[in-house]
Design a protein around this ligand. Structure first.
Ligand SMILES: *[C@@H]1O[C@H](CO)[C@@H](O)[C@H](O)[C@H]1NC(C)=O
Length: 117
């Protein structure tokens, strides 16, 4: 089970690397985004409780890095791929994650997120 997740994340990193090569210009690459939010995954597959501090740290980095529109859109597309491909994520916990970390992300992370804003 755990190894399936690792495999999936690895595949996504490869996919994202490919995508970011194609999309080019943004500073914040998809693999970077994935590694940044990786500590959040076990929390998001669980049933709540404290958000791990490493996870909040990642959310903070993401928020700081995604300060301009191309970076924000890139991070958004990347997160969308993750959210749509990892089964068993607690979407309630996911949507509430930035707020629980005291971060006001410019977008709400959901599977149907619109990344063109
Ligand atoms: C999802 O997360 C919320 C908030 O952390 C929690 O209250 C809820 O019990 C969780 N749902 C499941 C199915 O684990």
């Amino acid at each position: 089970m755990a190894s399936t997740v690792v495999l999936k994340v690895t595949i996504m990193v490869v996919m994202c690397t490919f995508l970011s090569i194609r999309m080019g210009n943004a500073d914040l690459s998809c693999p970077q985004v994935l590694f940044t939010v990786a500590p959040c995954l076990s929390y998001l597959r669980g049933s709540g409780g404290e958000v791990p501090s490493l996870c909040c740290y990642g959310v903070n980095i993401l928020n700081n890095e995604a300060s301009n529109t191309p970076d924000r859109q890139e991070a958004c597309r990347c997160l969308k791929v993750v959210v749509q491909n990892l089964p068993g994520l607690n979407l309630t916990a996911l949507a509430a994650l930035p707020a629980n970390c005291g971060v006001n992300l410019p977008f709400k992370i959901t599977p149907s997120i619109d990344c063109n804003k």
